[in-house]
Design a protein around this ligand. Structure first.
Ligand SMILES: *Cc1c(COP(=O)(O)O)cnc(C)c1O
Ligand code: SF4
Length: 342
């Protein structure tokens, strides 16, 4: 008979050879709503079981450690907490709000905008954000990693007017260094590609991902590297491990930008936005976009209407230098760029 302890030892023996610290932390992330509630001393009936079945809970310990115990309204908790509100059917909120599907040109490759292609590299993330516009994306049907990136690489190679390759997801940094190296190595041989951009939340939610191996990988990239971290609240940045990760990226010559989503109950005040911009710049990250919510089914309760978003941003503009004011944009299906909200 195999006991639980033996199984655990066997698993650890198998993994200890290659698994990195961040992979282990990701494997140990909180998936059980009851554990989350216990760890944060939350009492009451806030979590919806039906909702978790549709879109799992996932929170790394490092991220959870920045939440305030006992506070249902904590801005980090709100981003990951499965609520019954997600079951509401609201007109105008659907499954492909940004019109991704018609822009698929190869396995997981989206070519919507001039000079840039976006790769949906994986469906995996290190955190599940309840407002996510890709929560219904058919990842398993469309995945460029399949077949060692051949389809994506062939498309990029055949399109010399593409200058920038954007790795998105899911979260591209959930892929191993080996997988990323396979792709980036091939990209290095394409002279028309001048920039590589990562859109990732891992420096914020799983900062151990920015380890020596990843920094070494970055050092080998011939192109300029841009990393857009997706922080929504200053409290997400107020941790030593996050600050060390961002400092390491900065030292590695990575241009750091931030893209946030304006979220009801998370960052929908002038003060929260000012604090976010200040907190970002203190870590050498420039605010880039502030998105109004993509109207994805299940996220209606996060929406801040444009009529409220505009005066909010005006308030931010009156408080900060221009370079710390993000561009307020909306994603409109079929448009050739993000659409400014004015
Ligand atoms: C958002 C997005 C981009 C990048 O747009 P930028 O304005 O360059 O940040 C590129 N491709 C797709 C499909 C996008 O959705
Ligand atoms: S794709 Fe981004 S926003 Fe969506 S769940 Fe993953 S990390 Fe969160």
């Amino acid at each position: 008979m195999i006991t639980g302890i033996q199984i655990k030892n066997q698993v650890e023996n198998v993994v200890s050879a290659k698994v990195t610290v961040w992979q282990r932390e990701l494997a140990g992330a909180v998936r059980d709503p009851l554990l989350l509630m216990q760890a944060l001393n939350l009492v009451g009936e806030g979590v919806s079981v039906e909702v978790v079945r549709q879109f799992r809970l996932l929170v790394p310990h490092s991220y959870m450690a920045r939440m305030k115990p006992g506070d249902w309204n904590d801005p980090l908790l709100r981003q990951v907490l499965p609520l019954d509100d997600e079951l509401q059917v609201v007109e105008g909120f659907n499954h492909d709000p940004v019109g991704d599907q018609p822009s698929l040109v190869a396995d997981g490759v989206l070519h919507k905008y001039h000079g840039r292609v976006l790769l949906v590299t994986t469906g995996a993330c290190a955190v599940h954000c309840r407002y996510c516009f890709r929560r219904h994306f058919p990842y398993s049907e469309s995945n460029p990693v399949k077949g060692e990136w051949e389809g994506a690489l062939a498309y990029i190679r055949a399109n010399p007017d593409v200058r920038e390759v954007i790795l998105s997801g899911g979260d591209p940094l959930t892929l191993s260094d080996e997988r990323l190296a396979l792709f980036l190595g091939q990209l290095a041989a394409m002279p028309h590609i001048t920039r590589v951009r990562f859109h990732t939340r891992l420096p914020v939610v799983l900062p151990s991902r920015i380890d020596a191996g990843f920094l070494q990988l970055l050092a080998g990239i011939r192109q300029q590297v841009v990393m857009v971290i997706h922080a929504n609240h200053a409290q997400e940045l107020a941790a030593d491990d996050v600050q060390q990760a961002l400092a390491a990226l900065h030292s590695a010559g990575v241009t750091l930008l931030n893209q946030a989503v304006l979220l009801r109950g998370v960052n929908d005040s002038v003060q929260a936005q000012v604090d976010l911009s200040e907190g970002l710049f203190a870590q050498r990250v420039l605010p880039y976009y502030l998105h109004v919510l993509d109207r994805v089914a299940g996220a209606a309760h996060f929406e801040v209407p444009e009529s409220e978003a505009l005066p909010l941003l005006e308030g931010v503009r009156q408080r900060l230098p221009g370079f710390l004011v993000p561009k307020l944009v909306r994603e409109v299906a079929g448009e050739k760029a993000k659409t400014p909200v004015v």
